[in-house]
Design a protein around this ligand. Structure first.
Ligand code: DC
Length: 225
């Protein structure tokens, strides 16, 4: 087992980051950190408290006054991540298009992002982590030991997200998901602070026509190199 590495997995929504990130963490006995879930948790809380998506001061204060924690659990030999807000398990509420879009908007606010990034650095700085997000290799840990940038076509990502939501029992429409992903890509790539970009030293993997095992194999080969 390789010790103490920081492995960054960045890329657009539904490119397969969380699926492969969890498998990678299992492979090396590392902790998997889903930074998107952290933004989603704040977005969900803001929706509950009727805080506007552009109210940077209130969102930042809410974050500073709260405790976000992540827990890796293994169920039926599969690693899962749970996210707690002041001890309350928010995991079941976070993976909806509404929360995803709100997370994308609030994550563009510099005060929110800087507070969240500080927290992510604190959680990940000891290493032995696989951290999944948009700005991990470019901003949170620019000196990460390994950086991957996972891509997939918009249509393929929409298909995957559609199946995932359907499996979770949500009523979904493929076209709406495709448009939602397109808008989120646009938000995530165009914000001024820490936008979604592939850094020069990140290894690009296009997962459009690849099985998850093949993506995992490519990543392990790079890490063990
Ligand atoms: O990965 P996800 O779909 O759960 O992320 C939700 C939103 O959070 C995404 O649209 C952009 C934002 N995000 C971000 O800006 N930076 C990160 N490191 C992770 C997520």
């Amino acid at each position: 087992m390789k010790k103490f590495l920081i492995i960054a997995v960045d890329g657009p929504s539904a490119a397969g980051k969380s699926t492969v990130g969890k498998l990678l963490a299992q492979e090396y006995n590392y902790t998997y950190i889903d930074t998107g879930a952290m933004y989603r948790a704040l977005a969900w809380k803001a929706l509950q408290l009727n805080i506007r998506e552009d109210d940077e001061g209130s969102l930042k204060n809410l974050l500073l006054q709260s405790e976000i924690s992540l827990k890796n659990v293994t169920k039926k030999n599969r690693l899962e991540i749970q996210i707690f807000w002041d001890g309350e398990d928010l995991t079941p509420f976070l993976r909806t298009p509404q929360v995803g879009m709100a997370a994308s908007k609030i994550s563009a606010l510099p005060g929110v992002r800087m507070t969240m990034v500080e927290l992510q650095r604190k959680i990940g700085c000891q290493g032995s982590v696989v951290m999944d997000g948009r700005d991990i290799g470019s901003f949170v840990f620019p000196k990460a030991d390994k950086k991957f940038f996972l891509e997939a076509s918009l249509e393929e990502r929409a298909k995957r997200r559609f199946s995932e939501l359907q499996e979770n029992g949500l009523k979904v429409n493929y076209q709406e998901i495709l448009i939602d992903l397109k808008n989120r890509d646009q938000n995530d790539r165009s914000r001024s602070l820490a936008p979604l970009v592939k850094t020069e030293d990140a290894i690009l993997i296009d997962s459009t026509d690849k099985k998850i095992e093949d993506v995992l194999y490519l990543m392990i080969r790079e890490i063990d190199r």
